[in-house]
Write a protein that binds this ligand. Structure first.
Ligand code: NZQ
Ligand code: ZN
Length: 384
């Protein structure tokens, strides 16, 4: 294991009927006004909005609200909302939604206390360490954004889907995870969310750090739990135990716990996927379902032993080759209705150059091995 420092400042409130606690939590931070940020309206259909507003009112917290965050959230919306927050002297952002809403909240929160344009931080031209406080009510378990400091936003005029962090200030102060609010998720969102979580674990598991027994055991336990939970949820979307197990697995997958002691992940696959969702209307988890097996195949010589270990501990004791694990993974993805080829998104062969050029803007990618443009192109080709 590598040396590490682990610090995670987010307080998690987890379980049934927990949303009503948010007002008091915000009040305890001495905050008197918030922006409620949400997506396209699912929170009105499942009652989450009413619970949030009741809790704020009960604690005398003023609020304004802004809806309309898109899946694969965009920079123009972030910039517009930064102006709104500055105009109204808002003290904190309360994100109510999935990763897209929480990520937008982080960009807005940091943008509101920075004099320049927030995209500077995504380009790496400036390193930010300050933000308005962020709070979140999570409605879709996938990204882990509820307990980490990252945000991914698309600059839609430049087709750049990139990440930034303002360090510890970007971590939500408090995140409420009530798994019952995820009963209303469409099946494909549950599936894509679970694949995103599995992919976070794979990014960490396959980053090439030697001697990571405990982190690997933790990772394999999460993978088994996620597979079991999502299989249950396909037929029983209101199974509380499966929702709760999937939700907590998602948070643990990317809150630093299973990354501690490692090289903190490979992350090439995520960048290669982000170029897909920067151009096409593809859910992040759907893109990962296609790209991760391709990345594994491309790197099989480097990760064969690790693939065998994963396969034996997750799928079957009979696995003797890494390729069998990849095959089992793809079969599992097919069985839960995930796409498995780029053609499933309508992508044509002559689009692969455009995608490779885009992903290569941040090359070299990865930690296990540094991927350059040609490697990236080969991975898209395997996924095609
Ligand atoms: O907009 P609404 O109406 O709320 O509907 C959303 C949206 O259409 C819907 N939804 C959410 N909760 C629901 C619900 N529908 C019914 N019932 C509920 N309880 O689900 C749809 C997708 O939501 P979104 O927030 O886009 O999904 P997700 O949480 O998967 O977030 C994906 C984004 O996060 C980024 C991805 O790249 C993508 O842009 N990521 C963020 C990371 C991070 N911050 O650490 C890491 C990830 O690897 C990832 O890159
Ligand atoms: Zn992800």
């Amino acid at each position: 294991m590598n040396n590490f420092v682990y610090q995670n400042p987010t307080k998690i409130i987890f379980g049934k009927e927990t949303i009503g606690k948010i007002g008091e939590e915000i009040k305890n931070h001495n905050i008197k006004s918030v922006l409620i940020l949400y997506g396209k309206g699912s929170i009105f259909k499942n009652g989450v909005y009413d619970k949030v507003v009741d809790s704020l009112k009960a604690n005398n917290i003023q609020y304004i609200e802004k809806g309309g965050v898109k899946p694969n959230p965009v920079l123009s919306f972030v910039r517009e909302t930064v102006r709104l927050v500055k105009r109204n002297n808002i003290e904190a952002i309360l994100a109510v939604g999935g990763g897209s809403v929480i990520d937008s909240a982080k960009a807005i929160g940091a943008g509101a206390v920075y004099d320049g344009d927030i995209w500077d931080a995504f380009e790496g031209n400036v390193k930010l360490s300050d933000s308005l406080p962020i709070f979140s009510i999570l409605t879709l378990s996938a990204t882990g954004s509820e307990m980490n400091g990252y945000a991914v936003i698309t600059n839609e005029t430049e087709n750049k889907k990139w990440a930034f962090t303002a360090g510890l200030s970007s971590y939500p102060k408090v995140s409420v995870i009530d798994p019952t609010v995820q009963f209303t998720l469409p099946k494909e969102q549950t599936v894509y969310g679970a694949i995103d979580v599995l992919s976070h674990i794979f990014e960490l598991y396959f980053d090439g750090t030697p001697e990571t027994d405990l982190p690997d055991e933790l990772a394999e336990g999460l993978v088994r739990t996620i597979i079991k939970s999502v299989k249950t949820l396909i037929d029983k979307p209101e199974d509380y135990n499966a929702r709760a197990n999937l939700a907590w697995s998602a948070t643990l997958a990317l809150n630093g716990i299973i990354g501690a002691g490692r090289n903190y992940g490979d992350w090439a696959t995520h960048s290669i996927e982000h170029s897909i969702s920067a151009f096409y209307d593809v859910a992040h988890g759907a893109g990962l379902a296609v790209i991760f097996p391709a990345w594994m195949s491309y790197n099989i010589n480097l990760i064969n032993d690790k693939l065998i270990r994963l396969g034996r501990n997750v799928f079957s004791h009979d696995i003797n080759e890494g390729s069998q694990t990849i095959k089992q993974l793809v079969e599992f993805y097919k069985s839960i209705g995930a796409p498995v080829k780029l053609t499933d998104f309508g992508i044509q062969e002559n689009d692969l150059n455009k995608l490779a050029d885009n992903a290569a803007l941040q090359a070299p990618l990865g930690a296990l091995r540094k991927l350059e443009r040609d490697d990236i192109y080969q991975i898209y080709s395997i996924a095609f």
